[in-house]
Design a protein around this ligand. Structure first.
Ligand code: DGL
Length: 256
């Protein structure tokens, strides 16, 4: 089966990697909206338009299900996409529910883009799940830009994070929720700002498990042998260097 995924850029590779692990025999079409990255600094209306374009494009390639591999686009556009398109649309959102079960001591910090932190979807999720009021949110608007340059641990990145966390008492958190798929690329570095026993979690596993369930119910046969096609805002990526860049980032996630 052909499965489409889109993100503003390289963040959704986190979900692609997990999909290849859980469902290695499908055919994947990965759309990085490089013309409009970062989504986190656009308006909700703009993100909805870009998500619509990405989904329409993936369907035109024959995809029978679409994963919104971006917390920001899920927050701004998943309801709209589900109403408009006749295929399953699976979105990722910050793993607040699993985080609350993971540790019952101390507080939980969700880091995400400014749009995700501002939008109603995350506020509703926290209100629904967090009866003890243990969850805080923090926007990290600068990280996506570094990630798109393939810069995951330079002095500049560290300086940025030093500044962001300077005003935060990170010792009061036992769980860090990565609420933006780009942030998985910075996992090791982010951990250094918290206590040694900090648990880091994200929504990738649950999202792909949900995709798998939906497809099993649809009784969709497998076919594709794990091949992946890449697009940048609707243009097929054919350059060897660019394909190698995406593949190296999927490998990098093991070390990140
Ligand atoms: N990777 C995205 C997310 O999960 C969006 C990053 C951005 O483009 O701002 O939110």
């Amino acid at each position: 089966m052909k499965i489409g995924m889109f993100d503003s850029g390289i963040g959704g590779l986190t979900l692609l990697k997990e999909a290849l692990r859980q469902m290695p025999d499908e055919e994947y079409h990965y759309y990085a909206d490089t013309d409009h990255v970062p989504y986190g600094s656009h308006t909700v209306e703009e993100i909805r338009k870009y998500s619509d374009e990405a989904t329409g494009f993936l369907l035109s390639r024959g995809c029978e299900a679409v994963v919104v591999a971006c917390n920001t686009a899920t927050s701004a556009a998943v309801t709209f996409l589900r109403e408009k398109y006749p295929v399953p649309v699976i979105g990722i959102e910050p793993a607040v529910k699993p985080a609350l079960k993971l540790r019952e001591d101390k507080r939980i910090l969700v880091v995400a883009t400014p749009v995700t932190v501002r939008e109603k979807k995350l506020h509703d999720l926290i209100e629904r799940e967090d009866a003890c009021h243990r969850v805080d949110m923090l926007a990290l608007p600068g990280l996506v830009g570094f990630a798109e340059k393939g810069d995951f641990d330079s002095d500049e990145v560290k300086k940025y994070l030093d500044k962001v966390f300077a005003g935060t008492d990170t010792g009061k958190y036992s769980v860090l929720v990565l609420g933006c798929t780009h942030f998985n690329h910075f996992q090791t570095l982010l951990k250094t700002y918290f206590d040694k026993d900090i648990c880091v979690t994200d929504g990738k596993e649950g999202t792909i498990r949900h995709l798998k369930d939906v497809l099993e119910k649809k009784d969709a046969g497998t076919a594709g042998k794990g091949s992946v096609y890449y697009y940048e805002s609707g243009r097929t990526v054919r350059e060897k260097e660019r394909l190698a860049f995406y593949e190296s980032l999927i490998r990098h996630l093991d070390k990140a």
